[in-house]
Design a protein around this ligand. Structure first.
Ligand code: HEC
Ligand code: HEC
Ligand code: HEC
Ligand code: HEC
Length: 130
């Protein structure tokens, strides 16, 4: 009985350590700034603010909702412009503006349909026209 109990406690302890190790490995996602301004192709419309932290933590979006090429455990996150050309569609990848518009606005439209408030109008994301 005593040895059985001992083995039992040992197993729980080992399971605990393994759990801590695995959860640690999973949280080691590449870090991004809390707030960012997207202004890579900005020319006629004003730069676009993105609260990265709120989208992940408050709105509970998954990394792949935006970084659709990203897999858990990847050491880095590629910039959208690594694959989306600023001017033209390439290898089926829409040009950068269309990629951003589709990614951001499609989700916001779904959120609005679900009764939330998320920007879908030009001036809500581009507050000023330059
Ligand atoms: C949900 C946010 C969002 C909404 C709504 C939105 N855009 Fe954008 N738009 C972006 C993002 C992000 C970029 C990329 C900005 C960059 O990299 O400079 C962009 C880029 C652009 C660009 C290319 C850059 C430039 O300044 O020429 C144009 C033009 C543009 N948007 C026009 C519009 C128009 C017109 C509307 C309304 C029909 C609109 N956008 C609605 C987020 C949005
Ligand atoms: C709502 C959309 C969205 C979500 C959700 C999101 N991101 Fe991002 N993230 C972006 C955008 C847009 C950029 C700027 C990309 C660019 O400049 O090409 C960015 C940039 C980054 C960068 C900096 C990349 C660079 O080289 O500048 C990292 C790192 C990053 N995100 C990690 C993550 C991780 C990890 C998650 C999940 C926990 C996540 N993001 C969730 C939209 C998002
Ligand atoms: C490693 C390359 C790569 C990166 C990085 C990347 N994309 Fe893409 N993306 C593609 C390719 C290729 C396609 C077309 C084929 C497909 O849908 O997978 C695409 C398609 C898309 C589409 C169209 C999907 C549809 O249903 O029509 C959107 C929107 C998009 N990307 C947004 C983004 C945004 C926003 C980022 C950055 C946060 C990003 N992509 C980063 C390669 C990439
Ligand atoms: C997968 C869903 C999703 C995607 C993709 C997404 N958003 Fe959002 N966004 C939300 C939700 C949800 C809210 C806020 C709803 C609320 O207030 O409860 C929001 C709110 C916002 C707001 C207003 C409040 C704030 O946090 O500043 C801005 C600005 C915004 N998003 C910009 C963007 C831009 C720019 C992109 C593309 C790079 C983007 N979002 C992509 C879900 C998304």
């Amino acid at each position: 009985m005593k040895t059985l109990k001992f083995i039992g406690i040992g197993a729980v302890a080992i399971a605990g350590v393994l759990f801590l190790m695995s959860s640690r490995a999973q949280t080691a996602a590449p870090a991004a700034p809390d707030k960012m301004t997207i202004n890579e192709i900005q020319k006629t419309f004003s730069p676009v603010d993105l609260n990265h932290k709120d989208h992940v933590e408050k709105y509970k979006n998954k990394c792949v909702d935006c970084h659709h090429e990203y897999k858990d455990g990847d050491a880095t996150v590629k910039k959208c412009s690594a694959c989306h050309d600023p001017a033209v569609k390439k290898d089926k990848a829409p040009a950068l503006k269309d990629a951003y518009h589709k990614a951001c606005i499609d989700c916001h439209k779904k959120e609005v349909a679900a009764g939330k408030k998320a920007p879908t109008k030009c001036m809500e994301c581009h507050p000023k026209k330059k």
